[in-house]
Design a protein around this ligand. Structure first.
Ligand code: HEC
Length: 665
């Protein structure tokens, strides 16, 4: 496989073995998913199933963050590049963790309101001496790998809309491709390719039409428009945002892109007369030279459940029914594991990898799901599986060509859907009834699944104690490596799933580990820092309830020691009890609605256990000054946005009465 490797050898004093051979030997981790095939399989075996219990602490580097860290480190040319919260980039020495440089793109803190799931970033792309990063406020930047200075900085979005970038850019030849998020708040999805040298846009592919009558920016949108009701909620943008997955096959010259959910969520509101609503929840195969579509496969036609297909796409060459086949694997949110011929788009297999009640099966003849009436919530609320967070979310899975298994960070959970309540977009009553719907801390469980794509079944699975999950690595040393929210890094036997080793870090882990080798030493490195989509809901086992949620890179090696624990000072306060259904008067109820629509997305709708302050524990003085905080932006430097122009003085008064009514000492 061809790789786009930096030519520059600029760091003095380091032995740089940089050729395609180096990448093949796996010494570096040069691309987000290790190679453009995104297998996240390391060919290194110095650390293996026989010696893994000797793995311990090598070094750590603090990333100045107390919120969620999701990035995959990239190790190239003797330097490690990672991103922290607010899209900040750190360049480190992969042997010691010493920081070479840091770069802060200065994302406006108010932008946090435009995203759903914490101010996260999933990492950089590095090529030809340049480091590419997408920012939470929708910019794409090229930095000089040597010192972090800005080469170019382009805006990729309409800045009046709720777009965010959390995904890693992907370099495809002389282009760098980036999408964005926003479909949960009303946005139109697209992804774009920029010239790596100049930052000039080369092409843009919209994933949904602007309206039934265009404008059709490219020919594929005419086909897509025929799958929408002409009277769709075009004002909501349609959705289909491309917030994560991309992989690339240089030999077939195809770029694979997964698209997101519809906006608004319920198909019966979005496109009332029905229709598949292309290209929502779809895998797209794109010619990266032209940006034109080669084939597509829609995983959830007419999606109503937030079942994105932005989940990690893995490319593999396997034996299928006795013949070699170039396939791709995806386990999108909808709960089915897909095996697809990646040259033609032909569906080879689609099987439930977790419980899924919205469809009975995928019809092999048509490739379409057979929807189940139990998923239809147009007329009555329904509990549907998987949950909106999906059978699998952004946490990258890993494919080991050695075992033939795909290791999926999966989730077995349900969501209560209703036409009026669980719709953040059309809203009014986001939180109404939510407290009753979530009776305790149990909102489902995360699992590590070993899926056999040829036998089409689970080989083994390990349940986690939380709903929170983490990305996965597999290695030629026969290991599967995955962290957890309790703050452990776990090493499993890739064949049996037996846990061989476990290291306590004291910091919840959601990010995927990597493996690399420098000076004949193999390291396993990962970001520790709990948060992401669940940052408003820290379950009792989450490490942030016992230790400060200290964001850092941790590297492990053979013969290392114990990992230093962060201060035993919880980042989240324990959940209050017994006060949840207090009677509220009319003004307090209005205040609760203001809270539900404007504050809950960060301070938690459940009113407890989030990473940000529990407003029910606000001091009387803080409540007295709420106007300064909410309308004058007094805490903006801390990331608390100003609501000037959005909330009236009367609404803040109602909010104060609500907070006083539910206050806990
Ligand atoms: C985009 C996320 C976000 C939203 C939405 C948000 N906040 Fe905040 N809020 C923050 C952050 C970040 C902080 C600072 C946390 C810290 O101390 O580091 C904060 C802090 C606060 C504080 C100070 C808490 C304390 O005791 O120190 C108050 C009060 C507050 N917010 C009220 C509100 C109200 C009321 C709303 C809704 C109108 C709201 N916030 C919406 C992110 C948010």
């Amino acid at each position: 496989m061809r790789l786009s490797l930096p030519k520059a050898r600029w760091l003095p004093g380091l032995t740089l073995v940089l050729s395609c051979g180096a990448a093949a030997s796996g010494a570096d981790w040069p691309v987000h998913g290790h190679t453009p095939a995104e297998q996240r399989f390391s060919p290194l075996k110095r650390v293996n199933a026989d010696n893994v219990e000797r793995v311990g602490f090598a070094w750590q580097a603090l990333l100045d963050s107390s919120r969620g860290l999701q990035a995959t480190p990239v190790v190239v040319n003797g330097v490690m590049y990672v991103t922290s919260t607010w899209s900040r980039v750190f360049a480190l020495d992969p042997r010691t963790g010493a920081i070479h440089w840091t770069f802060d793109p200065k994302v406006p803190k108010t932008w946090a309101m435009k995203g759903c799931c914490d101010v996260v970033n999933r990492g950089v792309a590095v090529a030809d001496g340049r480091v590419f990063v997408g920012t939470y406020d929708g910019r794409l930047l090229a930095l000089q790998a040597r010192n972090g200075s800005v080469l170019w900085d382009v805006n990729t979005i309409d800045r009046s809309k709720p777009y965010t970038i959390t995904g890693a850019p992907r370099v495809v030849g002389d282009k760098v491709v980036i999408g964005n998020g926003g479909a949960d708040f009303g946005a139109r999805g697209y992804f774009s390719a920029y010239d790596t040298t100049t930052g000039k846009m080369k092409w843009r592919f919209y994933t949904v039409p602007a309206s039934a009558n265009g404008p059709f920016e490219h020919v594929e949108l005419e086909m897509a428009a025929r799958t929408w009701d002409p009277n769709s909620r075009w004002d909501m943008g349609g959705g289909g945002t491309v917030w994560d997955s991309m992989s690339w096959d240089p030999d077939l010259n195809l770029l694979y892109v997964g698209t997101g959910n519809g906006s608004p969520w319920p198909a019966f509101q979005r496109s009332p007369a029905g229709g598949d609503n292309l290209f929502l929840s779809t895998i797209l195969a794109i010619n990266p030279d032209t940006g034109r579509l080669v084939w597509h496969y829609q995983t959830t036609p007419g999606d109503s459940w937030d079942y994105t297909a932005t989940q990690h796409i893995v490319l593999a060459d396997i034996q299928w029914l006795g013949k070699p086949r170039k396939v791709l694997f995806q386990a999108p949110k909808n709960g089915f594991f897909y095996v697809i011929d990646r040259k033609t788009g032909e569906l080879l297999a689609a099987d439930k990898y977790v419980r899924a009640t919205w469809a009975t099966h995928i019809d092999p003849a048509t490739g379409r799901p057979v929807n189940s009436p139990t998923g239809d919530y147009r007329d009555a609320p329904r509990i549907v599986m998987p949950a909106t967070l999906g059978g699998h979310n952004w946490h990258p899975m890993s494919y080991s060509p050695q075992t033939g298994l795909v290791y999926v960070p999966a989730q077995d959970a349900a969501t209560h859907f209703s036409a009026t309540q669980f719709n953040v977009l059309l809203g009014g009553t986001v939180a109404d009834g939510f407290e009753e719907m979530v009776p305790d801390d149990s909102i489902g469980r995360a699992l590590l699944l070993a899926w056999d794509p040829r036998a089409r079944q689970v080989r083994w699975s390990v349940p986690h104690s939380t709903f929170s999950n983490a990305g996965v690595l597999s290695t030629a040393g026969g290991l599967v490596v995955q962290g957890d929210a309790e703050g452990y890094m776990n090493f499993y036997d890739a064949v049996t799933g037996q846990r061989l080793h476990r290291l306590a870090t004291g910091t919840g882990i959601i990010a995927p580990p990597i493996a690399y080798e420098v000076d004949e030493e193999q390291y396993i490195a990962f970001l520790a820092g709990w948060g992401g989509a669940l940052f408003t809901h820290a379950e009792p086992q989450v490490a942030a309830r016992r230790f400060r949620n200290e964001g850092r890179v941790i590297a492990l090696k053979l013969g290392g020691g114990t990992v230093p624990m962060p201060a035993a000072e919880p980042s989240v306060t324990p959940r209050p009890s017994g006060d949840r259904l207090r009677a509220l008067n009319v003004q307090q109820s209005r205040g609760r609605d203001v809270y539900a629509i404007n504050c809950g997305i960060c301070h938690s709708w459940y009113g407890h256990n989030g990473l940000l302050p529990d407003l029910r524990r606000s001091t009387p003085a803080m409540i007295d000054q709420l106007e300064a905080v909410v309308l004058l932006g007094a805490l903006e430097p801390l990331g608390m946005p100003s609501f000037a122009g959005q909330l009236s003085v009367e609404q803040v008064r109602d909010l104060k009465e609500y907070l006083r009514a539910v206050r806990i000492e």
